[in-house]
Design a protein around this ligand. Sequence first.
Ligand code: CO
Length: 208
Amino acid sequence: MDVAKVFENNKQWIKEKLTNNPNYFNELGIGQNPELLFIGCSDSRVTAEELMGLGPGEVFVHRNIANMVISIDLNVMSVVNYAVDHLKVNHVVVCGHYECGGVKAAMQSADLGILNPWLRNIRDVYRIHKNELNAISDENKKYNRLVELNVQEQCVNLIKTATVQKASRDRGLIVHGWVFDVNTGKLVDLKIDFDNILKNIMEIYHLD
Ligand code: CO
């Protein structure tokens, strides 16, 4: 890859933006007011804004391996706190994707060093949903289902936080679980039952 090409592309991009709106960057410089926090996988095939048809300023983004929301990860927790409490987003999305290398790696019998504790959280998702997953004989279908269940469990992890509980109660914030199908480009809404999960979670994880 010729890195110089990136800077050429950037010049071209600026030109296109200014052709459509001469004030584009002046407006961008004023500040951001995103309505959506997107937590996705770092996979290079999964773009955040592009696949949703959104542009700069419209979505606050956090990405890590396998779109995980781990309660002791200062990085993701800071992003959630800042986006919800300060930027006041009302939609938080966990977006997984089929063919996720992180999810596949998590189920292999291999010592992956520093990745072990990170991916262990996906094995925990498998353990919780073992009966459903073990009933699927097709390996690919099983991985796809694990991708979906992982998204669902990361949504549950979000709902366990005081930040989300408070914003949900005070102004109706909603958590969404989506999956990006890299084979078709389609964004799939898993339609997780936010209200029901919230209700069940509150019995044990009520913080605010
Ligand atoms: Co991935």
